[in-house]
Structure formats: C-alpha cells, structure tokens
Design a protein around this ligand. Structure first.
Ligand SMILES: Cc1cc2nc3c(=O)[nH]c(=O)nc-3n(C[C@H](O)[C@H](O)[C@H](O)COP(=O)(O)O)c2cc1C
Length: 195
C-alpha cells in the first residue's frame, strides 16, 4: 500500500514549555495534505496502540518525525513508538514490506549551536552522523531518506528568528506534502537553520 499525503509524527514531552517545536507545529498545521500526530498527547502513559499506528503509517506516503534532540537522539516516546510499531514482518524482515517505497523526513531542533556540531565543535560529530540510526532505519525498511531539517540553537533564537525558521519549515513541509511536485532542496545533506 503506497498511501497518500504526509503523516507528521510529533514528539515533545513538554510542549507547553516549548518555543521551537510549538512554532513549528503551528506552521505544520497550515500545510495542506498533512496529518499531524502528537505522540505525547495521544499516549501520555506510553500505551501505544500498535495496530492503529501501523494502519496510520500505511495510509500515508511520507512519514515525518519532528522532535527536539534529547541526548543526541529522539525523546523516549518516539523511540518507544519505533520499537513497538516498526515490527519484524511489518516494517522489515520476511513479509515486512509495509513501509517500502515511502519516504522518511526528520525535523529536529537542537539546543546546541550549529558550530557545536562537527569535528571541531564540542559535540564532535555532525548532525548527519547523529541522525544515522534513523537514516539506516529508513533504508532497512526500504524507505527513501529525505534531507533532514534541523533548527539549531532553539533556546538562543529571538522570536523573529524562530518565526523565520518556522516559516522555512512550513515551506519545506508544503513541498514534501505536494508529493507530485517534490523538488529536492539544493545544497548540503542537511537543511540547517543556523542563526
Ligand atoms: C533531556 C534533554 C536532553 C537534551 N539533549 C540535547 C542534545 O543532545 N543536543 C542539543 O543540542 N540539545 C539538547 N537539548 C536541548 C533541546 O534540544 C532544546 O531545548 C530543544 O530542541 C528546544 O526545542 P523546544 O523549544 O521546542 O523545547 C536537550 C534538552 C533536554 C531537556
């Protein structure tokens, strides 16, 4: 099943205290053909409905994951959702073809500045490297890996800069959701919002 449109799976454990993801989520709500799915709202006790989630995945063509970077990884509920839903026989392995041909798009916010990420920065590795487990998860499941969107230094940004980042995000989502007219953004392997 190929599915239609985009599913944006959001994971932020304290959205009421969020600046970046909150604004990005508002931007996402304005995008046609996009279904927003807020994991911490639906599953505050981590009681994930695996069947319902698998069905939701199958119904969409592009799967987006939006989250704040926590310890160089995803928040816990997003990891749990992948662990429980992307099962052998469904997402990979024998008979596991449900996600084949779909596209995985990651949108991540960081507290660290862009220059912290890379061999000369305090975090030592690039964002591309930190996102590799998700990239390889996509590849194992036969999905295409979209250029990730990374909004850096979320805490240090002015309201104006954050809004500009959210606007860039809305444009990217709109391009993704309009599957038929998708154009890969030019430039490096990650679309970064630095300042
Ligand atoms: C538990 C925890 C772990 C975090 N780990 C990282 C990290 O590894 N790298 C980083 O750049 N920022 C890290 N941060 C900062 C968050 O990524 C940042 O606050 C978030 O992206 C801001 O988005 P928001 O305004 O939507 O909350 C961490 C924050 C918390 C609470």
């Amino acid at each position: 099943m190929v599915g239609e449109g985009m599913l944006l799976v959001m994971a932020h454990p304290a959205l009421e205290r969020s600046r970046a993801n909150q604004k990005m989520m508002q931007a996402a709500r304005e995008v046609a053909g996009l279904t927003l799915h807020d994991l911490y709202e639906v599953y505050p006790a981590f009681t994930i409905d695996v069947r319902a989630e698998q069905k939701r995945l199958m119904q969409h063509q592009i799967i987006g994951l939006q989250f704040p970077m926590y310890w160089y990884s995803t928040p816990a509920l997003l990891k749990e959702w992948i662990d429980l839903v992307w099962l052998h026989g469904f997402a990979y392995g024998i008979g596991g073809t449900a996600l084949e041909g779909k596209r995985l798009f990651v949108a991540c916010t960081t507290g660290g500045r862009a220059e912290y990420y890379g061999p000369d920065g305090q975090n030592r590795y690039t964002m591309e490297e930190f996102l590799r487990p998700l990239e390889q998860t996509a590849r194992l499941c036969g999905m295409e890996w979209e250029k990730p969107f990374v909004l850096h230094a979320s805490g240090a940004k002015t309201e104006l800069a954050l809004q500009a980042g959210a606007d860039a995000y809305r444009r990217r989502l709109a391009a993704l959701a309009a599957v038929a007219v998708f154009v890969e953004p030019e430039g490096p392997a990650i679309q970064e919002i630095r300042e």
